[in-house]
Design a protein around this ligand. Structure first.
Ligand code: SF4
Length: 375
């Protein structure tokens, strides 16, 4: 298959979520189970022979969401709520809701869709002795609820197979983002974003096959020379897509990311352990450098600086999700460290409901001018 065919196929799948999900289910006779961002044990859903669907909100006019959520709830959950009320998620068999922040803690109680929800808690005191056992117990409860909803028994062998597929996918994705950084004229910021986004709607095995082929094609292509305005993006997500297209128009090259919707999803493998449920829990405990997983050492700061050095980036863009507390707590610390290292940075606010980008465009243009003065 030609490179551009693979790219177009993946981008198309990202742009038509419902069609992609229904096709994935139909071709393999599967059902779809959703999970609300930022993290969930997709491997458990996959072991039930279902397609896991990541719910990351999206652009929509807020008509009813504000009836159920305060105006200061984060932008992404406002969108998720609006979609719930509209019935967008009603075709899903169930939805998992991870409590990683105060907003998500009460989100399960407010669910307005018709499909059943399964709230669960990711323990924040991750290094405590009982953290693994606690999370394993949460997963067991989730499994028994899914068994009732899906009318299907759970098998540990299927979970082991699922973990194997997901670890392969993570490895392929880490390879992809590395290759993408060397071929930014082909894998532009919007193409990169959409290729990664397609994984939320496709069967992982099918997705992995396409990414592997894409990587093989990129590996034999000459690397780009003279890349300009190379930046690292950090935050939860860089959307709406119009915003990424503005980055492209201004000539910004995204060489790597520390986004929850992108690289943070495939940064941490599930370790090999005799008990696969405990291994899944251990993955959360091992997950580092993330605003959503409590870390008193704030390893995220050094990890961003390491990315800047590894990719020889010229600056950092902090994409700050509107009203996201966990992200807001990290930003002053990151800014302080970047100032100390004399790394140029730009903070922009992410609002999924944004319709005009004039202010952001001006900020990004000034940032690019500033990068030239640093050279
Ligand atoms: S506050 Fe932040 S972490 Fe919590 S749901 Fe909103 S965007 Fe996600």
């Amino acid at each position: 298959m030609e490179l551009n065919i693979i790219i177009n196929q993946l981008v198309d799948k990202a742009k038509k979520p419902k069609k992609t999900i229904l096709e994935s289910c139909k071709s393999k006779n599967k059902k779809a189970v959703g999970w609300v961002a930022p993290y969930a044990p997709e491997e458990i859903i996959y072991a039930f022979d279902c397609v896991p669907v990541g719910l990351w909100g999206g652009k929509t006019e807020l008509l009813k969401a504000r009836t159920y959520l305060p105006v200061f709830a984060c932008s992404i959950m406002q969108s998720v709520m609006e979609f719930e009320v509209k019935g967008t998620y009603d075709f899903l068999e169930a939805v998992l809701i991870p409590a990683v922040c105060d907003t998500l803690k009460c989100f399960g109680q407010k669910w307005k869709g018709t499909c059943p929800v399964i709230p669960f808690v990711y323990p924040q005191n991750r290094k405590a002795k009982g953290a693994n056992h606690f999370l394993e117990t949460e997963f067991k409860t989730m499994i028994s609820k899914l068994e009732v909803i899906l009318e299907k028994s759970f098998s540990i062998d299927d979970l082991n197979t699922s973990i194997e597929i997901y670890n392969k996918y993570r490895w392929a994705m880490r390879n992809f983002v590395e290759l993408a950084s060397q071929h930014t004229s082909i894998i532009t910021p919007s193409i990169r974003h959409n290729i990664i986004k397609a994984s939320y709607f496709m069967d992982k095995k099918e997705y992995y096959t396409l990414i592997k082929k894409l990587n093989e094609k990129l590996e034999v292509m000459p690397k780009d020379k003279n890349q300009k305005n190379k930046v690292i993006v950090t935050g939860l997500m860089l959307e709406p897509e119009e915003l990424i297209l503005e980055f492209e128009n201004i000539g910004v090259t995204i060489v790597a990311d520390d986004l929850a919707q992108e690289s943070r999803q495939f940064r941490t493998d599930v370790p090999f352990m005799a008990n696969p449920l405990s291994a899944l829990a251990q993955q959360w405990i091992n997950h580092t450098a993330c605003s959503l997983a409590f870390d008193p050492k704030k390893q995220r700061i050094q990890s961003i600086i390491d990315l800047v050095n590894h990719y020889n980036a010229e600056g950092v863009v902090l994409a700050l999700m509107k009203f996201c507390d966990p992200e807001e707590y990290d930003v002053p610390l990151i800014i302080e460290a970047l100032r100390e290292k004399k790394i140029p940075f730009l903070v922009i606010e992410i609002d999924q409901q944004a319709t005009s980008f004039g202010q952001v465009i001006t900020k990004v243009e000034s940032f690019v001018d500033m990068l030239y003065t640093y050279k």
